[in-house]
Design a protein around this ligand. Structure first.
Ligand code: PMP
Length: 425
């Protein structure tokens, strides 16, 4: 039977959009993994906060006090949402990319960083980028199974030279939605005397995550994938490396005192939040955390899984469709399906889905070029990705399956001008 849409509602679910044939339909958004629409509860919180927002921490005026209170309450709310330990830091950043770049500048000098080749570029690249304090980066090949991932990480961490070591992994892949064995990876990291940082950008919108329960040392995620607007994200975890590092940005807020020849930097979290913080972004992000918690993340997860099953079952019945997966169709995943259709290039497929059916998917290599290229069947250079969330309905899923079946059979009905050199978003 068709699952009922649970609360909370998303903004814009009732918007009608035009198709090339002039018809208007409800927008079937299958691009939640890129950015999710705002929740109604988040919009309401923002509407309440707008008349009061002001610069935080250093203002004595009423609006500054209200905003400071809201900003710090947001930090506490986020700490609860990710199950932070009492002494963990919660640093507000711009998003997952920013969070992991911050961490890359906070790892101790000479730290060995172990990372799988298939990571999103935000988790793959910061360790070798200018400003990173990592000493050595070990890039592991794509593992053939979750067990192989754990074993490969274990060996690499044990083989690393003495000194600090950090394992960086995704919790849920933004390409396949597949869940990585975070708890097992945490166990091998800790047994090897290493730490683990988890990119939870694609996990927290779909399932709960708990730092204390998993023992994970650092978690990073983005508000705009968690039903809040752009511009705010989180790095949460152990304080010592973050506290010992140079501030991420030099400027006001990160400073405790500045004299003519010296600067004394602030402690956490202000140390890494120089400049006027994104108060509304943090408040919105925390409101999304609250709304998801109140709705019950397990209930939402179940709802999404029923839609995901329906989508995957439908696509599996179209012979030209290949669903990309690293560990096989049975491996658990969040609501993300990347696929290709024989005979219809992914960019053309995406353009036709949008213009002819009012369906928004993403096409390309999804900022995980190494993984996506590895998973593409011969003859394909990019894939389409359908990712779902709280505004997705049974009608959307059925429309997508029907559209893909029709496009696989007849090709697009219209001509679309495409920039074919485009390889990634
Ligand atoms: N990691 C993963 C798994 C992602 O899906 C994304 C977003 N595509 C990021 C990191 C980067 O997030 P942001 O763009 O918000 O920094």
């Amino acid at each position: 039977s068709a699952p009922l849409s649970p609360q909370p509602d998303v903004v814009g679910a009732d918007v009608l959009i035009p198709l090339v044939n002039g018809e208007r339909v409800s927008y079937a958004n299958f691009d939640y993994a890129a950015s999710a629409p705002c929740l109604e509860a988040v919009r309401a919180t923002l509407a309440d906060a707008l008349p009061y927002y002001a610069s935080v921490h250093r203002g004595a005026g009423f609006h500054s006090q209200v905003s400071t209170d809201a900003y710090e309450k947001a930090r506490l709310g986020v700490a609860r949402f990710v199950g932070a330990r009492a002494d963990d830091a919660v640093v507000f950043v711009r998003g997952t990319t920013d969070a992991l770049n911050l961490l890359a500048r906070c790892v101790p000098d000479a730290c060995t960083v172990v990372v799988f080749a298939g990571e999103h570029h935000a988790a793959l690249l910061p360790w070798q980028h200018r400003g990173s304090t990592a000493g050595r980066v070990v890039r592991l090949p794509l593992p053939a199974s979750p067990e192989a991932a754990v074993e490969s990480a274990r060996r690499a961490l044990l083989a690393a030279p003495e000194g600090p070591r950090l394992l960086v992994v995704t919790a849920a892949s933004n390409v396949t939605g597949e869940l990585w064995p975070v708890e097992e990876l945490t166990a091998v990291a800790h047994a090897a005397g290493a730490r683990i940082a988890v990119d939870a950008a694609q996990l927290v919108p779909h399932a709960s995550f708990d730092l204390a329960a998993t023992g994970v040392d650092y978690v990073a995620f983005s508000g705009h994938k968690l039903y809040a607007p752009f511009g705010a994200g989180v790095l949460a975890g152990r304080v010592d490396w973050l506290r010992a590092a140079e501030p991420y940005l030099a400027g006001g807020g990160a400073t405790a005192n500045v004299s003519e020849h010296d600067v004394r930097w602030n402690d956490l979290p202000a140390r890494h939040e120089a400049g006027s913080p994104n108060v509304l972004g943090a408040v919105a992000l925390a409101a999304a955390c609250t709304a998801l918690t109140e709705a019950g993340q397990d209930t939402l997860h179940e709802y999404e899984q029923s839609l995901l099953d329906r989508l995957r079952t439908g696509l599996a019945q179209i012979p030209a469709v290949h669903d990309l997966s690293l560990w096989g169709p049975e491996h658990p995943r969040v609501g993300i399906v990347s696929f290709v259709v024989d005979g219809v290039p992914a960019d053309l497929l995406a353009a036709a889905l949008s213009a002819e059916y009012g369906i928004g998917v993403r096409d390309g290599l999804f900022c995980a070029h190494l993984l996506t290229r590895e998973l593409l069947p011969p003859g394909h250079t990019q894939a389409a990705r359908a990712s779902l969330g709280l505004g997705t309905t049974v009608e959307h899923v059925d429309r997508l399956v029907r559209a893909v079946a029709e496009l696989a059979e007849h090709g697009p009905q219209w001509e679309y001008a495409l920039v074919n050199e485009r390889v990634s978003p």
